[in-house]
Design a protein around this ligand. Structure first.
Ligand SMILES: Cc1ncc(COP(=O)(O)O)c(C=O)c1O
Length: 430
């Protein structure tokens, strides 16, 4: 029987045309694989970029799928920072950081620590690398507790910790009492780490961090938060007028929480449009991770261009970040208002720029995606198993670089879409 998993790419080392069929582990990935191989909006090759417009073949689309929330990828000052840095440092600092630690890293960590108001910070290449290397070190032979809606890469880290002898516990989403029940049932003398997303990559909402932090402190557990989507967007001193807060210094400052028993993880690859990630943590833990977690010693570093754009990004954030966030907040508000007016359901209750719209029928995903593509709107499709079947739909990400005409275009297309397709409805249409 021919499996859809048969790999037909050439195998240069053997001269054979195909690899033997791979065993088919399960059928969960079939929907995604079908979309990948057939849909214009999945695994697409982007041929050109013009502002927040992208070209696929000869088709120009408004891009609502990038994570460049602040538009730093297109900011002239940030773009101009690359060439002088490359002239000074070469294209790539190819030491692992333990062997040679270029000065820009030190500057980034100093500025980041100040921005976050954290005890210290440690920059490593990606969040995925951080989760898979640091979670097992933090947990040891103890217990790793993972929020049910946590990002897949957290689960990867937790699975590695489990393989190394830890116990793995799934905590129901938005249910701090369930966390407390599990923590209470664990022996007092084992290490406990609870992992959760900050601003969630699918719902666009943030957890009630103060409640989770209080419970973790009470049971001497570490709260490990991945705020990939919140860093750069939310920050200290939120008000009714500016609900995102100021400075974009992430979820701990947003809630005016302390870093006691909290490790914050986030990255520069979304709001700061640069390849690097970081932990905010005590200096003693930073020094321990430098030797005990693999990436500081064994992984290649981030490229010079990214180190330069992070530093330039800090300058732009200081000078105009709050104005950019204000504009982002307004644009997001316009989209959410239209969704409310149309009576559509979205998981987003926060007003942050990650907006998932679930379909009435999961099987419509191909047709809905093609409809959006044909109307010039590029989004992230969310098929099963990336989301539960009841949440199959698509995700819109608004960025500060989407212009007003694109927001209008998106709103018009959403109106047309809601007439053509059955979408999930809000309980109380606006
Ligand atoms: C919540 C969350 N964590 C981690 C990652 C992975 O980040 P990185 O690309 O830095 O590995 C993503 C990427 O989309 C994410 O959304």
């Amino acid at each position: 029987m021919t499996s859809t998993w048969a790999v037909t790419r050439p195998v240069p080392w053997s001269g054979a045309e195909t690899l033997p069929e791979l065993p088919r582990a399960d059928t969960r990935w079939d929907d995604l694989e079908r979309l990948r191989s057939s849909h214009p909006m999945v695994d697409a090759v982007i041929d050109a970029v013009n502002g927040r417009r992208i070209r696929i073949g000869d088709h120009w689309l408004s891009d609502f799928a990038s994570c460049n929330y602040l538009g730093f990828d297109l900011h002239p000052e940030i773009m101009a920072s690359v060439e002088p840095a490359v002239r000074r440092w070469g294209t790539h600092p190819s030491w692992s950081r333990l062997l040679g630690n270029p000065r820009p890293y030190v500057e980034i960590e100093e500025r980041l620590t100040e921005l976050l108001g954290a005890p210290d910070s440690l920059v490593l290449p990606t969040i995925t690398l951080i989760h898979t290397s640091v979670i097992p070190v933090l947990v040891g032979q103890g217990a790793v507790l993972v929020d049910a809606q946590a990002h897949k890469t957290i689960y990867e880290g937790a699975a590695i910790a489990k393989g190394a002898g830890a116990t793995l516990h799934r905590v129901r989403a938005n249910d701090p009492e369930h966390l407390e029940d599990i923590l209470r049932s664990l022996p007092p003398n084992v290490s406990k780490v609870f992992c959760i997303d900050g601003v969630n990559s699918m719902t666009g909402n943030a957890p009630d961090l103060p409640v989770y932090a209080r419970i973790c402190r009470e049971y001497d557990a570490l709260l490990y938060v991945d705020d990939a989507h919140g860093f750069g967007i939310i920050g200290e001193s939120p008000t009714e007028r500016m609900p995102y807060g100021r400075r974009g210094n992430s979820i701990v400052r947003f809630y005016d929480e302390s870093y006691d028993n909290v490790v914050l993880v986030a990255g520069f690859s979304k709001s700061y449009s640069s390849l690097a990630a970081f932990l905010a943590l005590p200096t003693s833990l930073k020094n321990y991770l430098k030797v005990a977690a693999p990436p500081y010693l064994y992984s290649g570093p981030s490229p010079t261009a990214s180190l330069a754009t992070i530093l330039a990004g800090f300058d732009v954030n200081d000078a105009e970040g709050d104005i950019i966030r204000w504009s982002l907040c307004q644009k997001t508000h316009r989209v959410l208002s239209q969704i409310k007016k149309l009576g559509l359901r979205t998981l987003n209750t926060s007003g942050y720029p990650v907006i998932e719209l679930p379909l009435g029928h999961a099987d419509d995903i191909d047709a809905v995606g093609k409809f959006l593509f044909d109307r010039g709107i590029y989004v992230t499709l969310a098929p099963y198993p990336l989301v539960p079947r009841a949440q199959v739909g698509f995700r819109v990400q608004v960025t500060a670089a989407n212009d007003d005409s694109q927001i209008e275009q998106l709103n018009d297309v959403l109106a047309e879409l809601s007439e053509r397709f059955e979408m999930q409805r809000a309980e109380q249409p606006g």
